[in-house]
Ligand binder design. Structure first.
Ligand code: HEC
Length: 205
């Protein structure tokens, strides 16, 4: 009886390990850092722990008080797609880039005058997926979770029509619809492997 109980608990233990492995495998195979339900992208989470690639800034005060995407744009790429980018120099199926909008909080610091980041203002995303967006140009779809008063975020968003976003990205972005020319981490990390991680080479590339 005792042995049976022990066997049973070993069996349970094994089952738990198997279930955990299955979950891991399915998470890896699915390989997606986003979730689309009923045609809408659910607001991605966890992106501040992805790979940070750069911060363009289009301050309102240089754009008649109303920049299309106000102020700082902190841009992140999911870690799996970053690994693919530094290896191949290409954006893989399932790439997601997040652009988090941040206000100019202050224009002076002890270091000098400038633009310093203030409060979060909004969230945009773009995803490359032939599986989800077979008809979008380049298979990229564009989303916004920002709200007009910039005080909260939407829980989900549907893709914009191609003329609203894809067209400008297609015409002016350096790499496959992505403005890598403004993201030093992606620009210098393109297909450079270990060098992409920083600090490996003594050059400033
Ligand atoms: C007039 C051109 C233009 C249009 C239209 C445009 N974008 Fe962009 N977008 C840019 C530029 C330039 C950058 C990089 C510099 C920056 O952020 O200011 C960028 C960067 C982005 C990024 C970061 C990843 C990347 O591809 O570089 C996201 C996400 C994004 N835009 C979302 C959108 C969404 C959503 C729309 C449609 C509502 C849109 N964009 C429309 C020019 C445009």
């Amino acid at each position: 009886m005792v042995i049976k109980k022990r066997n049973l608990s070993i069996a349970y233990g094994l089952l738990t390990v198997l279930a955990a492995q299955l979950f891991l495998v399915s998470a890896v195979y699915a390989g997606e850092f986003f979730s689309i339900k009923d045609g809408e992208l659910e607001r991605p989470t966890g992106y501040r722990e992805w790979v940070y690639v750069g911060t363009p800034v289009t301050p309102n005060d240089m754009n008649n008080g109303k920049a299309a995407f106000p102020e700082f744009h902190n841009v992140y790429i999911d870690p799996k797609s970053w690994a693919h980018w530094k290896k191949t120099g290409e954006f893989s199926e399932g790439t997601i880039l997040i652009k988090e909008l941040v206000a100019v909080g202050s224009k002076a610091a002890v270091s000098g005058n400038g633009y310093f980041q203030g409060d979060f203002l909004g969230l945009e995303a773009t995803i490359k997926s032939a599986r989800h967006f077979p008809d979008e140009p380049g298979n990229w779809a564009y989303f916004s979770f920002s709200t007009p008063d910039h005080k909260s975020l939407k829980a989900s968003a549907e893709a914009f029509p191609a003329e609203a976003c894809n067209a400008c990205h297609a015409a002016a972005a350096a790499d496959d619809f992505v403005f890598t020319q403004y993201y030093p981490v992606l620009r210098s990390g393109k297909g450079t492997g270990e060098e992409a991680t920083g600090g490996v080479s003594s050059s400033l590339e």
